[in-house]
Design a protein around this ligand. Structure first.
Ligand code: NAP
Length: 281
C-alpha cells in the first residue's frame, strides 16, 4: 500500500503522508482513521492556530493501542516562528532567544506527540533574514546530534538561492523541502531540480486545490477512463512517479483509501509527460 524513499539521513519516508492541518476537534479521529487505513507518515506543526498537535498525539496513541509500532511511523512536525503564530496562543516563550524558542517548541511537540524522538523536524519557513535562518538551522542540527531528531528540513522556501546557500552552510544537510505546489512559483521547477540533484525529498501541499486545471485536463481525463481511477488518483500517481510527494489532508475515508491505492497501478513516462504539460510544471 505504501512506497518509501530513503532520505539522505537514512530515514524511511512514506511517499504519501497524512497532513493534519485544519482538522480542529476531529484531528484525533482523523489521524486514527488515516493510520487504520494504512498511512504510515504524519505531518503536523507546533502551531495551534492551524494544527491541534495534542490531538494528533491522541490519534496516534489510539493506533498504538491497536498494534501500530512507533518504529513503523514517520512523524514530522515543524517549528513555527512568532510571525506564523496566533499572538494569543504561542506555544513557547517569545521572550527567549530564537534558539531557546526552537528547543522549547520541540519539547512541547514531544509532549504533544508522546514521543521521545521525531523522524523529521522542519522549519515552517525560513526566518526573516539569513543570520536568523542559520541560527535556527544550527539549533536543529544540535537536535540531530543528540539523536532526538532523525532528519531536518525546511518548508515555504521558494528561493532557489536560499536553499542552495543553506545547503552549502549546513553541517547537516536539509533532507526535505515542503512547499506549496502551484503556478505562481513555476511549480518550484528550479528548486525541484536542486532537490533531485542533492537527494532532498520534495513534499508538496495545495496539490489539488491549486491545480484544478490539471485535474480537468484532457491528459488526465483520458487516463481516468483507461485506468478506471479518479482524477486525483491519476495526478497523485503521476507526481509520485516524478519525485513530487503530495501530503494528503483529506477528511474522507473513501479518499484515504483511493489515495493509498495509487501504488497499485503505474503510469508511463510518456503519460506523465502529457500531464506535466497541462500544468505546465
Ligand atoms: N508547510 C505549510 O505551510 C503547509 C501549508 C498547508 C498545508 N500543509 C500540510 O499539507 C497538508 C495538506 O494540505 P493541502 O492544503 O494540500 O490540502 P488538503 O487539506 O489535503 O485538502 C485537500 C482538499 O481536496 C479535497 N479532495 C478531493 N479529493 C481528494 C482526494 N482524493 N484526496 C485528498 N483530498 C481530496 C479534500 O476534500 P475531502 O476532505 O472531502 O477529501 C480537501 O478539500 C496539511 O494538512 C498540512 O499537513 C503545510
Amino acid at each position: 500500500m505504501q512506497q518509501y524513499f530513503i532520505s539522505s539521513a537514512g530515514v524511511k519516508i512514506p511517499k504519501l503522508i497524512y497532513g493534519t492541518a485544519w482538522k480542529e476537534d476531529k484531528t484525533a479521529d482523523l489521524v486514527e482513521l488515516a493510520l487504520a487505513k494504512g498511512f504510515r507518515g504524519i505531518d503536523t506543526a507546533c502551531q495551534p492556530r492551524h494544527y491541534k498537535e495534542p490531538l494528533v498525539g491522541e490519534g496516534i496513541q489510539r493506533a498504538y493501542a491497536k498494534g501500530l509500532k512507533r518504529e513503523d511511523l514517520f512523524l514530522q512536525t515543524k517549528f513555527t516562528s512568532i510571525s506564523g503564530q496566533d499572538p494569543d496562543d504561542i506555544p513557547y516563550d517569545q521572550d527567549k532567544t530564537l534558539s531557546e524558542q526552537i528547543l522549547e517548541s520541540f519539547t512541547v511537540s514531544k509532549i504533544n506527540l508522546k514521543t521521545d524522538y521525531l523522524d523529521s523536524l522542519i522549519l515552517h519557513s525560513p526566518m526573516a533574514n539569513w543570520d536568523e535562518t542559520l541560527v535556527a538551522w544550527q539549533t536543529l542540527e544540535r537536535l540531530v546530534e543528540t539523536g532526538e531528531v532523525k532528519q531536518i528540513g525546511v518548508s515555504n522556501c521558494y528561493d532557489p538561492n536560499l536553499l542552495s546557500k543553506l545547503y552549502q552552510h549546513a553541517k547537516i544537510k536539509p533532507a526535505l523541502l515542503q512547499n506549496r505546489f502551484y503556478r505562481d512559483t513555476n511549480y518550484d521547477s528550479e528548486l525541484r531540480k536542486f532537490c533531485d540533484e542533492n537527494n532532498i525529498f520534495y513534499q508538496c501541499f495545495w496539490t489539488l486545490r491549486a491545480n484544478v486545471h490539471i485535474l480537468k485536463s484532457k491528459a488526465i481525463a483520458k487516463l481516468v477512463e483507461s485506468k478506471g481511477k479518479t482524477d486525483a488518483q491519476i495526478f497523485f500517481r503521476c507526481l509520485n512517479h516524478q519525485n513530487i510527494h503530495p501530503i494528503i489532508g483529506t477528511t474522507s475515508s473513501k479518499h484515504m483509501e483511493e489515495d493509498l491505492d495509487i501504488f497499485s497501478f503505474s503510469l508511463s513516462d510518456e503519460e506523465c509527460e502529457l500531464i506535466k504539460k497541462s500544468g505546465p510544471y
